[in-house]
Design a protein around this ligand. Sequence first.
Ligand code: BG6
Length: 534
Amino acid sequence: MENLKNLSEEEPRYQIIGSCEIEISRPFCLVIFGAAGDLAKRKLIPAVYHLYKDGLLTQNFFIFCTDIIEMDSNRYREIIKKSLKNTLTKYFNITSWEGFATKLYYSSFDFTVPEPYLKSVKEQLPELERKYKTGGNRIFYLAVPPSVFESVIYNLGISGLSREDKGYAHIVIEKPFGRDYSSAKKLNTVLREYFEEKQIFRIDHYVAKETVQNMLMFRFANSIFEPLWNRRYIDHIQITVAETLGIEHRAGYYEEAGVIRDMFQSHMFQLLSVTAMEPPVAFKADRVRDEKIKVLHSIRPFPLDSINEYVVIGQYGRGTIQGNPVVSYREEPGVSPESTTPTFAAMKVYIDNWRWNGVPFYLRSGKRLPVRKTEISIHFKQVPHMMFSKVMDENIEPNILVFRLQPDEGVSLTFQTKKPGTRVCLNPVLMDFSYQKDVSLDAYEWVLLDCMLGDQMLFLRQEGVEETWTILTPVIEKLDATTEPGIFPNYAAGSSGPDEANLLIEREGRLWKSLITVKEHERTRISRLRGYKK
Ligand code: BG6
C-alpha cells in the first residue's frame, strides 16, 4: 500500500462518528464511467456525498464523471443536486453540497472508442490532479452495462491509464461478473491483461453490509457459538433475500439475467460462504477471502437429472404489495409477454466438507414478495431425548439463531423457558440484539472507502467468481432448456413464492422461516384495507 502514503500531513487520519473511529480516505480522483446512469445517480454519487458530509474524505479529491450524454459540468451538477435532494431528502445539506459540487466535473464522450481516453481523461486529469493534490491516485469506476465492461477496460489499458506511474490505479467493477463461466473467464482475461489483481476491486455490496461483517466477529470473537457451528448441532441453515420491489425500470438487464444471475451467483453465495467458512488465520483480506473461496470449492454440484429436487424457480403474476395492486412480471414495460425469466428461486445446497457434511443450506430469493427481508437463520437440532413429551403436549421448538441484515439489523436467538405455574409448560422466548444505528454508512460507502484505502477484504477474487459460475452455469442452462412459458406465472405478487418452493423443504420435514411476522401481517392487513379505501 505504498501508493497510499501521500496523505497530507496536516489532515487527521480518523474521524469519530458516534462511538466509532473510522479511517479517512487518502487523496484520490474518482473517474466514473456511466455517470449519467441510474447506478451513479442513485447509489454511487450519494455514497460519495455522504462520505464527504460525514468528514470521511480527505480535502484532496475530485470526481471526474463521464458519459455519452452531451452536457457541461454545471448542467451535470444541477442534475445531481436534484437527484440527491430526492434520494437523501433530509440528509441533503446545502452547505456541504456547495463544497461537494465544486469537486464534481463532467466530460461527455463515447467510452467505447479509444480516442477520448487520450484526449478527455489523459489530458484533463493531470491538471485537476495538480489542483487537488491527489498524488496521482485514480479509481476508475465502471458504472456501465456489463456489455460495455470489456471495451472500457481495453481502452483504459491501451491508453496507459491502468499503469501505476505515480499513484495507484484501481478499477472497480460490479456484479454480474460475466453471464456464465466462459464470459466471466473472458472478462477476467481482459482485466488481467492491463491490471494486476491488487488493482481490481470486484464489488458485491452485500458483503459490505454491516451484519455480514458482524457475522465474522460474532463467529470468531466469541467462543460459545463456534463449537456448535457444525453438523453435530446444526440441522439446517436458511438464507433468505426477499424483496417487495419488482424489476423497476431494468427490464432490459433483468430479462437477460433472471434471479439466479442477479441474486444467487454473487450475493447469495457470498452470504453462504461467510456463514460456512472456517476461521481465517488472520483478519487480513487474503486470509479471509481464502476461506470464503474454500467453501465455494466444497459446494456439491447440483444433480442435473433431478434438478427439481434441488432448485425451484418462479415468476410473479399480478398481486398486491403493501396494499397496492401491481402488475405481473410479463406486464412490466420492456418484458416479453411470453418471458420465462425467473424472478424467484429456492435452492438446496450441500457443502461437502468435514464441518457441513449432510447439513442442507436452503437459499431463497425473489422479487415482489410480501416484505423486504434479508436474513440468515441457523436452525439447531432437536434435543436428543424428548423427556418432556410424556408430561406435556407442546412440540419443543428447536433453537434458532437469526442474523437480520435488512431492513433492521440484529441478531436473535430463540430458546425454551418454563412458563410459571405448576403444569410443565414450555415457552419459547427471544433474546434479541438490534444494532444501534450509531454509524449509518451504507454498503456502498464502505466499499468506496475501502477502495480509496486500498483494502480488498470486502471485494471478490476472480477464483471465487469462477467457482460460483462453475456451480451455477449448468443449472441455468438446464433450467433455460426445460422451462416452458406455460408454467409461469406461478406465484402472485405479495405471496411468499411458488408452492413448489415450500415442497422443496417440507418434503424433508422442515419449514421455511415465515417471511411475515405477526406484526408484519397486521401491517400488511392495514395497508391492504387502506388500499381498498382509496
Ligand atoms: C442488486 C440486484 O445487486 O441487488 C437487484 O441487481 C436487487 O435486483 C439489489 O434489487 C438488492 O440490493 P439491496 O441492497 O437493496 O438488498
